[in-house]
Write a protein that binds this ligand. Structure first.
Ligand code: TGC
Ligand code: FAD
Length: 391
């Protein structure tokens, strides 16, 4: 998508400054060295905890974890740079971008924004280095789109808190050293930084996934998990707490999904140039070119949208509805591009030799997590009409 990309019909690289371009290129090399050689294997066999840990350490060395946060060992880049990093990571695999999103935008952000100084000192430097892994437990088996209904409950016992409940579909749950757990209390929803070695905490891994297989997804089970008063995130009160963290991660996805789409399109352009059908290169047929033109158009439009939102964010002017608009469009279009590319590859498109169906399958999860496309339609609908149509 920068000036070096063959897909950059609009020369969108001109929108980036030198530092942003350098960060993008560095992350692209990281993906080439640490992700691309292994990702088909991770996908085929399912990612293991060890893989996540070693990838996190490599990402930490590069300063990718919590990179748009400041202090506590974080790199302190601007939002656009963070978005570009997400795009490059997701060109490798959505699961790798998920690792960085959950660590930086959800778990670290929750502590950085809502935590006490002691919590920040305790967790953030190790998390930025990739030595400690965090997860973010909001969704429950019966409450995904509607977290307000959560049943996980924290009650006071003396100065301690005792937490009971179950969280579902939690990225890196069984790898994590610290779980940010959102629970109902007598004062509404509150967040807790729970060390995962606390008695009563367990995180069974979810198996049988057909999407995001290069990422570890787990259940969190909390049975009378007792944590001291210092575990509560003091500044997060109400559902606004977790939803504010989601804005951060959703922003990364606005850029990230385009990386997966770009990888599909680049792969498919190359394939169609060398594949002969009816004695001519597949890329010379009008129907194929129409597909390419439409896909390139949506990719470039998506990037312009992402850049606009990134600049708004860097100006402190980005609203949640705008993030919803970006996530809705860019994930939907990325998935459409991945599926269309698969058709151009024919039967070859169904294997792991090419990344296309892997990306498409991953994007099914991306369409669902961080707010489903329907929830983002409703957020935009509410902004347009003034009526909340969720309930
Ligand atoms: P509602 O009554 O509208 O709002 C409750 C309070 O929250 C505030 N608020 C927000 N604040 C910040 N950012 C946002 N985006 C916010 N949206 C709402 C709101 O102002 C209010 O504040 P206050 O102070 O007045 O109390 O809430 P609702 O219950 O009607 O729900 C609205 C809805 C449906 C949009 C929300 O629940 C929602 O976004 N649902 C989707 C849930 C979701 O996205 N879950 C994601 C879980 S994490 C995940 O998927 C990680 S995947 C990671 C990976 O691998 O990359
Ligand atoms: P539901 O809420 O049951 O929705 C089912 C369908 O109903 C969807 O199509 C939805 O759009 C639709 N629907 C719901 N409400 C409405 C409505 N009001 N109007 C119209 N349609 C509606 N969660 C975390 O907390 N932390 C994580 O780290 C995390 N990682 C994840 C990783 C993966 C791989 C996946 C797949 C999910 C992850 N999630 C995580 C959970 C994710 O956020 C939820 O799956 C998502 O919020 C949707 O919830 P649900 O699956 O319960 O679907």
């Amino acid at each position: 998508m920068t000036g070096t990309s063959p897909l950059d019909l609009l020369a969108t690289g001109h929108l980036l400054d030198d530092e942003e371009t350098a960060i993008q290129q560095t992350v692209r090399r990281f993906v080439a060295d640490h992700v691309r050689p292994h990702v088909a294997d991770w996908y085929e066999h399912g990612s293991e905890e060890d893989t996540v840990r070693s990838l996190a350490r490599e990402a930490g060395k590069l300063g990718l974890l919590g990179m748009h946060l400041t202090g506590y060992g974080c790199a302190g880049t601007n939002a656009v740079s963070y978005g570009l990093a997400c795009m490059e990571l997701e060109a490798g695999d959505s699961g790798v971008r998920s690792l960085v999103s959950v660590q930086g935008s959800l778990a670290m952000f929750a502590i950085w924004w809502f935590g006490s100084e002691e919590q920040k000192q305790r967790w953030l430097p190790g998390m930025a280095a990739g030595e400690l892994i965090g997860c973010f437990g909001l969704t429950e088996p019966d409450f995904g789109s509607n977290p307000a209904g959560m049943r996980t409950r924290a009650r006071r016992d003396g100065t301690d808190w005792v937490i009971d409940g179950t969280k579902m579909w939690i990225t890196n749950g069984s790898v994590a050293d610290v779980a940010i757990v959102w629970a109902q209390t007598d004062d509404g929803v509150r967040g807790f930084a729970v060390p995962t070695d606390t008695p009563g905490f367990s995180a069974p891994k979810i198996t049988g996934k057909l999407s995001l297989r290069a990422s570890v997804t787990s259940e969190l089970v909390l049975e009378s998990v007792r944590v001291p008063a210092e575990a509560i995130l003091p500044e997060a009160t109400g559902l606004r707490g977790p939803l504010s963290c989601l804005n951060e991660a959703r922003f990364g996805i606005v850029f990230g999904a385009l990386g997966a789409a770009r990888d599909c399109l680049e792969t498919t352009l190359e394939y169609a140039a060398s594949r002969e059908v009816f004695d001519r290169p597949l890329s010379s047929f009008q129907l194929t070119q129409a597909k390419f033109a439409d896909m390139a158009l949506e990719l470039q439009k998506g990037f312009l949208l992402a850049m606009h939102l990134g600049r708004l964010k860097d100006d402190g002017a980005l609203g949640p509805q705008q993030v919803s608009l970006g996530k809705l469009n860019n994930v939907r279009e990325a998935l459409a591009i991945a599926r269309e590319c698969r058709t151009v590859l024919g039967a070859s498109g169904i294997t792991l030799e090419y990344p296309v169906l892997r990306h498409a399958n991953n994007l099914e999860s991306v369409l669902t997590y961080e707010g489903t496309s329907e929830i983002h339609q409703l957020v935009v609908g509410q902004a347009l009409t003034g009526h909340a149509a969720f309930g």
